[in-house]
Ligand binder design. Sequence first.
Ligand SMILES: NC(=O)c1ccc[n+]([C@@H]2O[C@H](COP(=O)([O-])OP(=O)(O)OC[C@H]3O[C@@H](n4cnc5c(N)ncnc54)[C@H](O)[C@@H]3O)[C@@H](O)[C@H]2O)c1
Length: 250
Amino acid sequence: MFSLDKRVALVTGAATGIGQIIAVHLCMAGTDIAISDKPGVSMKLTERLCRPYGRKVFKVEIDIRDISQIRSCIKRIEKEMDHIDILVNNAGINKYAPIRDVTLKNWDNHFNTNVRGGFFCAQAVLGKMIERQYGRIIFISSQSGLIGIPGQAVYCGTKGALVNMVRSMGVECAKYNITVNSIAPTFIETNFTRKRLKNKEFLAFVKGKIPCGKLAEREDVANAVVYLASEEAKMVNCHTLAVDGGWSAW
Ligand SMILES: NC(=O)c1ccc[n+]([C@@H]2O[C@H](COP(=O)([O-])OP(=O)(O)OC[C@H]3O[C@@H](n4cnc5c(N)ncnc54)[C@H](O)[C@@H]3O)[C@@H](O)[C@H]2O)c1
């Protein structure tokens, strides 16, 4: 139903975890894809998983904390793929730290990765999107942008910032037929969360907060991305779509 045939997408943080499956689902829906991750992080598995769908797959290393790298790499992608229709700002970090342990370095690293990086990726793709009068910009926020989790004030701050940033960006971009939205997933087992979810007490707390008693899966987020990236979602703008099984509702 949600065909993205002939669209071109860029996914950041696509080497592993949620970003990897987002890239695969976008290819399944018909996009050519640029996959990116930090320099030195292998994207071979993502590339292999994307290939069977017969779409063009282009790998590019971008450390999204580095604005000049973002700008030059997005120019390279646009040269190779002509343009970018769909940007998925997925790369993110989360280092547990109670308030009194938060250092300036920890603060800057979170905000520069989770907020600043995605913003400047969006800024860099916007020129071509405006020229072509089409675009879909999707940030992977978190349920932690909608509710508070102890020991994660900085992470929650970054993800909450995205929830309001997409409101402003979406309003500004709407006249160009560009939508800007975010997705707020609950806990999913990835490298990001595996260690914490191994703690039985923490896992029981998490499952107790999700009304169906189950963690989400990477595919739940990827399906939401495909929807928001589609023509059918043209009237969904400035929105944060919770993929949290209802956690943030109570
Ligand atoms: N796993 C969860 O439970 C969960 C829940 C809600 C939201 N999220 C969000 O989903 C996104 C993906 O998380 P995940 O669980 O797949 O984590 P992950 O750690 O498996 O993947 C994150 C990817 O981002 C990349 N990355 C980190 N810093 C980067 C940088 N500076 N430049 C470029 N790439 C960088 C990593 O190399 C990695 O490939 C994150 O934004 C995270 O906040 C995750």
